[in-house]
Write a protein that binds this ligand. Structure first.
Ligand code: PEP
Ligand code: MN
Length: 337
């Protein structure tokens, strides 16, 4: 439900309406909105009495939001959400480029790599400290040490960092060290983790589950938003299909669909989507052309020696070529890089 207040509504009137809704059992959210005086209501609507709300002084309009996801929907907020991560904005005209190795491996690699990536045009540095691996025998990440290395790199290079929280146990630590908290594809429906992310003050990068529909993806984002964290960035990272020539299948059509249905920023991860470094440039170009707000890509100085996902990681040289090609596409679609 969306309540639009009169332009002339006073703070007192807004407070009174808020209290009434809360008394009726609704959760009130003030999204940084396109219209200044509007309130979004989530939660259980069964006790809400729209006629009574409509009669309150200052209330102009009540709109029912038909989509199952409320706070993330365009019905609730028509303008694009721009999420701030440190000094970087995601969702505006300027594209966001997140780059770095799959996992944090060494101090030198993270610092030298981060420096070079920033120089070549990356806005955020990525690196997993806790890795959700298919096999329990694969490298699981450096844990807390990985977060420390990443946070040191941020100070040294002056670049925001992103890393994944794989469970509620490690969430506090990840939250403390990083600027953007990633929730991975395997955890897209881990509802206790999503709720914990919703109580965080830090922005969240939510990846699409490998078999998640758009509805399920947006409802996962809703879990975070309904707890009060509206700084959610969606990331399309490929879904599982019968195709056997790529690791997953990049669902390009999800980009315009997510953009139509939601006001949240949308990024694309061509690395996990394809699992092939030769496809990073074409898939990134296609993503930006289709309306994505940026990309997240795995880069490693020696891909063949990487402790995880080396086969899909690109070199710095390759990343430099990617940035040049993306510049052309960005301009063609009215964006910048
Ligand atoms: C990652 O980005 O490090 C990752 C594990 O990706 P995904 O959750 O999309 O598999
Ligand atoms: Mn990876």
């Amino acid at each position: 439900m969306l309540i639009i207040m009169d332009d002339s509504a006073t703070q007192k009137e807004i407070k009174r309406v808020t209290k009434l809704i809360q008394k009726m059992g609704g959760d009130v959210h003030h999204l940084s909105n396109n219209t200044a005086n509007s309130m979004s209501i989530s939660g259980n609507h069964s006790g809400l009495n729209p006629e009574k709300i409509a009669k309150m002084p200052g209330v102009k309009n009540i709109n029912d939001v038909k989509k199952p996801y409320k706070l993330g929907s365009r019905e609730m907020k028509s303008g694009d959400t721009v999420v701030k991560v440190g000094k970087v904005t995601i969702g505006g005209k300027k594209l966001a480029i997140i780059a770095g190795s799959c996992a944090v491996e060494t101090v030198e690699g993270t610092n030298e790599g981060g420096r070079l990536l920033k120089l070549l045009g990356a806005n955020l540095l990525r690196g997993g400290a806790y890795k959700p691996r298919t096999s329990p025998y694969s490298f699981q990440g450096l844990g807390k040490r990985g977060l420390e290395i990443l946070a040191d790199a941020r100070e040294l290079i002056d670049i925001p960092v992103v890393s994944e929280a794989v469970d509620t146990e490690s969430f506090d630590l990840v939250e403390e060290y990083v600027d953007l908290i990633q929730i991975g594809a395997r955890n897209m429906q881990n509802y206790s983790l999503l709720k914990r992310a919703g109580r965080s003050k830090k922005p969240v990068l939510l990846k699409r589950g490998i078999s998640a529909t758009i509805n399920e993806f947006l409802l996962a984002a809703e879990y975070i938003m309904s707890e009060g964290n509206y700084n959610v960035i969606l990331c399309e990272r490929g879904i599982r299909t019968f195709n056997e020539y790529t690791r997953f299948t990049l669902d390009i059509s999800s980009i315009p669909e997510l953009k139509q249905q939601s006001h949240l920023p949308v990024l694309v991860d061509p690395s996990h989507a394809s699992g092939r470094r030769d496809m990073i440039i074409p898939l990134s170009k296609a993503s930006i052309a289709a309306g994505a707000d940026g990309i997240m890509v795995e880069v490693h100085p020696f891909p063949d020696k990487a402790l995880s996902d080396g086969y899909q990681s690109i070199t710095f040289e390759h990343f430099s070529a990617l940035m040049k090609e993306l510049d052309t596409i960005a301009k063609a679609v009215g964006r910048s890089i």
